[in-house]
Ligand binder design. Sequence first.
Ligand SMILES: Cc1cc2nc3c(=O)[nH]c(=O)nc-3n(C[C@H](O)[C@H](O)[C@H](O)COP(=O)(O)OP(=O)(O)OC[C@H]3O[C@@H](n4cnc5c(N)ncnc54)[C@H](O)[C@@H]3O)c2cc1C
Length: 488
Amino acid sequence: MIRRVLPHDLGRGLLTRRPGTRRGGFSLGKVEDDRGHCGSGLSPTSDCVSFRTRNHGPHWQDNWDGKVSEIKKKIKSILPGRSCDLLQDTSHLPPEHSDVVIVGGGVLGLSVAYWLKKLESRRGAIRVLVVERDHTYSQASTGLSVGGICQQFSLPENIQLSLFSASFLRNINEYLAVVDAPPLDLRFSPSGYLLLASEKDAAAMESNVKVQRQVGAKISLMSPDQLRNKFPWINTEGVALASYGMEDEGWFDPWCLLQGLRRKVQSLGVLFCQGEVTRFVSSSQRMLTTDDKAVVLKRIHKVHVKMDCSLEYQPVECAIVVNAAGAWSAQIAALAGIGEGPPGTLQGTKLPVEPRKRQCKPCPHLSLQQEEPDPANLEVDHDFFQDNVWPHLALRIPAFETLKVQSAWAGYYDYNTFDQNGVVGPHPLVANMYFATGFSGHGLQQAPGVGRAVAEMILKGRFQTIDLSPFLFTRFYLGEKIQENNII
Ligand SMILES: Cc1cc2nc3c(=O)[nH]c(=O)nc-3n(C[C@H](O)[C@H](O)[C@H](O)COP(=O)(O)OP(=O)(O)OC[C@H]3O[C@@H](n4cnc5c(N)ncnc54)[C@H](O)[C@@H]3O)c2cc1C
């Protein structure tokens, strides 16, 4: 705890917690052990610390107060980060209890928080805490995404999610309005996605469009002649068929959606805490399945949140944990013991989500087979664009010969290595951990529908509006891939 943050000499004899509080309330005082020796006053076995002080004269008190303020100044100058009185102010700590703890304050975590409050039976019925380790969102996928929304998926569930999101985004100020706050401007620019298929892929495109239309998306199919008429600047060589979104496709500002959700959920009473989830405290129970296989069921009781700029942590008791940690969600699953078991068993099945680096230039998406870039950093590989992307762009759209790159950035996909689709709903063995992750390249546009689905599952025990049962975790163990053919 906090003692570990301090250089040895400073920690000794100074920091105690007020008896009976686990939530901070640190106070400075001279601490003596039963033999009258000075000591840290921190019990090694308990978070709550008891101490005794002796009654000394006023001169001693002055001296001591002077020393204390000197030491406080010294501590402030040593601790990194912004200036705040870490020794007295506990407002940065999360609450001791919350019904739901959401790990990750990106678009998916916030959407779950929003729908939990929206669907709760009465105002204030559930306490929701969002834990986000980086409030600048410097590496979060949400802020680094392109902000595209498209309906041209091959799976009905993905199409339904994106159709719902389109209507959510169009009516954003009905959903996310906050009294006395200015309306949100998502800067939605409607523009259809144009997908091109060669002879080999034409039949698959046709069947995808059939599904898209059945679910309600407005997509047109074009022959090469029709394509040339509509977009005369495209070279149609090698194109057998094209599909084009007529409605509900385009681009919007991801940062605006994130901030709008944040503002709204705060107004609904959701608590935020800047800290990192580092540990779960759970209980386990051995059970036999109907086919006599032994499994261990776990239940998380507490989430340890390590506070920003320190090694201090706060345990938060909770009933439910939502894993919305994006590209890092497999680490959160591992903290809960998910995947710790013999290979090939449900117990030994890991969450197959990992960070995959993706680079963006503000120009059309182009699907290219590429070797996975090293995810260790988010530096842009400019040569990759020059050598691999630009030639294809210029071939398809000759005007792009003169293209100049003005800006570029990279971010992490929350990449599901199993089937590139989202993971939604509870874990079968850690029954109070729910997932909202793994959406690979389409988590931003699907966040409104996914948040609602997870909240339905938590509050009602089933998906009520869009049935996302194909996205449950169990598929990884059963080996049942739900392949989405149109991940961009
Ligand atoms: C370059 C790029 C382009 C993209 N383009 C699109 C697009 O056009 N359309 C689309 O729909 N999607 C797109 N995506 C995908 C989309 O951005 C993601 O699927 C989506 O943002 C995921 O949201 P999230 O909330 O799960 O993740 P994030 O936004 O990454 O949020 C997860 C948060 O969890 C926090 N966290 C992690 N571990 C901990 C911990 N232990 N304790 C506390 N907090 C923790 C992180 O700090 C992070 O802020 C793109 C992604 C990239 C990288």
